[in-house]
Ligand binder design. Structure first.
Ligand code: UGA
Length: 449
């Protein structure tokens, strides 16, 4: 089938690469000329494991353009995967969605097209996109046949390709049975798991098929917010339990294991620590609260999850004060900047709040991340952080080291040498990730968030 994808961020590019890999003809469009040029040269503007490999494999079926006239006419499916950043009041900024819908409307033609909202968009956006498309066609001649659908994505950065090719489910919300047929055909190789798995992205053992959940537009839109908010509150819940565990002398990781093995609860997303960051959970929980407020509804559970998450970040300063007593004039090293491992994404990363809070208290902050350093240097221009060349350097002369992102390689650092180079070998494990016994042997005093 012929597919157009508007927006080449994490969602758009991953979706495009996966659809091309399973045999579709994909045109990716972005209004950022530099991004399109980079992609045309076979380079990738984001960090995502195996994205280079899959783009290389699918390159004969992928094109990159800035032109709607090139991408839209004749497409069977047009995915809108543009950014919807939060505005000051928590509601999403829909200007890119509006622009995309209007431009799609101007260029639709050449047969039935399904226009799909893939970005996380407010409830009601499906109907809004449909009206924008009709409006933008205005008095133009010729009847075009199109339908709008919501097809939220559930991919995680860092395992975006795995999540797209081997999803737990695919959700399609639309009022058009014809659109359901088109999207079922589009996703058939994934639904039936009939495509040949790439050697670097093996099919999970026992995976035979993925369920398709078909709904109306509003339900599909709400599924996305409800799912992300539930994952977010699961994390905040275990973090709240973690605070009590510390007081009563329990180990929250054991509590999480013992709870999570109940199949009704599940072990995933019960990893206690600094809490969630990234582009999705903060934005989506805020949007859910804002949407509910429009209808005069409070969302006390989701709101509490947001509060707990923010407090986890503030606990870093509290813990350092508890250990070092005076932190003004001291040096703190941060291990990890990205909001989670295997990505260079710094959006809503706990590291930024932590660095800012420390700098505001007169602390010198040194930091290292395996992939997010260049991004941090350009995106955090106003924050005074010393960027180190190696993880080990973070400990040099430090009064404390904080593990902020659980990159696997941080477990295998030369912690013995680092303890010797630190002014005071104290490590605060923000992700309950380090082997405390090993670190103690290497000379570190260890604490957990
Ligand atoms: C999240 C969802 O997991 C995806 O299903 C969804 O598609 C995506 O948002 C989105 O809406 O686009 P993502 O933000 O990429 O994906 O990353 P996650 O793996 O969910 O991690 C989010 C944050 O939660 C990270 O900061 C991570 O460190 C933290 N986390 C995760 C925990 O603190 N504990 C956990 O047990 C799991």
């Amino acid at each position: 089938m012929r597919i157009a994808i508007i927006g080449t961020g994490y969602v758009g590019l991953t979706t495009g690469a996966c659809l091309a890999a399973i045999g579709h003809e994909v045109t990716c469009l972005d209004n950022n000329a530099a991004k399109i040029e980079t992609l045309r040269q076979g380079k990738v503007p984001i960090f995502e494991p195996f994205i280079e490999e899959i783009l290389e494999e699918a390159k004969d079926r992928m094109r990159f353009t800035q032109s709607y006239a090139e991408a839209i006419p004749g497409s069977d499916v047009v995915f809108i995967a543009v950014g919807t950043p939060s505005m000051a009041d928590g509601s999403p900024d829909l200007r890119y969605l509006r622009e995309a819908a209007a431009a799609i409307g101007e260029h639709l033609g050449g047969g039935f097209t399904v226009v799909v909202n893939k970005s996380t968009v407010p409830i009601g956006s499906g109907n809004w996109v449909e009206s924008l498309i009709r409006e933008s066609r205005g008095g133009r001649n010729g009847k075009v046949e199109f339908a709008v659908a919501s097809n939220p994505e559930f991919l995680r950065e860092g395992s975006a390709l795995q999540d797209s090719l081997y999803p737990d489910r695919i959700v399609v919300g639309t009022d058009s049975p014809r659109a359901v047929d088109v999207l079922s055909n589009l996703y058939r190789p994934i639904l039936e798991q009939s495509f040949t798995a790439p050697s670097y992205l093996k099919r999970p053992e026992g995976m035979a098929a993925a369920p398709l959940v078909t709904t109306d537009l509003a339900s599909a839109e709400l599924i996305k917010y409800a799912a992300n908010s539930f994952l977010a509150l699961k994390i905040s819940y275990i973090n709240e339990i973690g605070r009590l565990a510390e007081k009563v002398g329990a180990d929250v990781t054991l509590v999480a294991k013992g709870m999570g093995l109940d199949a009704r609860i599940g072990t995933r997303f019960l990893q206690a620590g600094l809490g969630w960051g990234g582009s999705c959970f903060a934005k989506d929980t805020a949007a859910l609260v804002a949407t509910a407020a429009d209808y005069g509804l409070g969302m006390p559970i989701v709101s509490a999850a947001r509060t707990v998450n923010q407090q986890q970040r503030e606990r870093v300063v509290e813990k350092l004060l508890g250990e070092l007593k005076i932190i003004k004039g001291k040096t703190v090293g941060l291990l990890g900047l990205a909001f989670k491992p295997n990505t260079d994404d710094l959006r809503d990363a706990p590291s930024l709040d932590i660095a800012r809070a420390l700098v505001a208290r007169g602390v010198s902050v040194a930091a290292f991340d395996p992939v997010a350093m260049e991004r941090a240097k350009s995106e955090w221009a106003g924050v005074s952080v010393k960027y180190c060349e190696t993880a080990e350097q973070v400990a040099e002369g430090a009064d404390a080291v904080v593990l902020v992102t659980e990159w696997a390689e941080f477990q295998d650092l030369d912690w013995e040498a680092m303890a010797k180079s630190a002014r005071s070998p104290f490590v605060l494990d923000g992700r309950l990730f380090l082997d405390a016994a090993r670190l103690a042997k290497a000379g570190w005093r260890c604490a957990r968030i």
